[in-house]
Design a protein around this ligand. Structure first.
Ligand code: SAH
Length: 261
């Protein structure tokens, strides 16, 4: 860029959980007006399918299966902004909930690139909600914790204190928690949570093929295996998870969008 050229702005945009109707108005406008949209697979096929191929750049998993390094994405955002482009960095759910949006914001600030954060409807709350599960409930849960189920394997000690989470007595919502479900359900039982504690898995929440599977701390691993639940899915642990059974008959969210696994 030559002296005097205007820098483009980078928009760190949350797409919501996947249903295009759950994009914010701001997100939809920016996707429309952007020169380039950098995305991974998490916004889902419906939202990505609406963005013209010519302005999409996939910075998620590559054909070979490995992830695009975060450094590449950071560099690319700065490069495009320096070309004067209006850049949408589109992320599933909310950009600042387990989305590395914070790292990108810091990188942009360090590079002197102006950016805007566009919050999104996070799957951590919307996933349970569309399955009929309120993450808090006056009778059942006065707090909720959002946790990663996919710990950094280079860390020697667990980054998540499952004992402390069990002790809150509130709802535990696990993101990226399909693979390690056996490990953390065992941790929670060891920490004193009852084996009968209700657990729900919400797979591809709000996508056309959304599925929900329910069980207990003792049974949920078998439930997952029998239903073949795969990422992306949300795990909800706590008494609130049983709410689904009481409301499902009249819940229309998953009537036309999948249903029980
Ligand atoms: N920023 C995202 C979370 C990114 S971490 C958000 O706010 O929603 C990736 C994890 O998010 C997935 O492993 C899964 O646990 C969860 N996730 C994202 N979209 C989802 C969806 N539509 N249905 C279920 N889980 C989803």
């Amino acid at each position: 860029m030559s002296e005097g050229d205007a820098l483009g702005t980078v928009y760190l945009v949350g797409s919501g959980p996947g249903d295009p109707d759950l994009l914010t108005v701001r997100a939809a406008e920016l996707i429309e007006s952007a020169d380039v949209v950098l995305h991974d697979k998490l916004p889902g096929p419906e939202i990505l399918g609406q963005i013209p191929e010519a302005k999409r750049e996939d910075v998620g998993k590559r054909a070979g299966g490995e992830w695009t390094p975060q450094e590449y994405t950071n560099r690319r955002l700065v490069e495009l902004a320096r070309e004067g482009k209006s850049v949408v960095r589109l992320k599933g759910g909310d950009p600042f909930v387990f989305g590395r949006g914070g790292e990108e914001a810091e990188h942009l600030a360090a590079a002197g690139v102006p950016f805007e954060v566009v919050p999104g409807v996070t799957s951590a709350i919307a996933g349970p909600a569309v399955a009929g599960i309120p993450v808090t409930h006056r009778d059942h849960a006065s707090s909720v914790s959002f946790v990663t189920g996919h710990e950094d394997p280079t860390k020697e000690e667990s980054a998540v204190d499952w004992d402390a989470l069990a002790a809150t007595g509130g709802t535990i919502v696990v993101l990226m928690g399909v693979g390690k479900l056996p490990a953390y359900t065992a941790e929670l039982r060891d920490a004193g949570l009852d084996g009968d504690t209700p657990v729900a898995l919400v797979e591809r929440a709000t996508w056309p093929d959304m599925r929900v599977a329910t069980g207990t701390l003792d049974t949920i691993v078998d439930v997952r295996d029998e239903a073949g639940i795969e990422p992306p899915a949300i795990t909800v642990i706590g008494d609130v998870a049983a709410t689904r059974d009481r409301v499902a008959e009249f819940l229309e969210n998953d009537g036309d969008r999948g249903g029980d696994a």
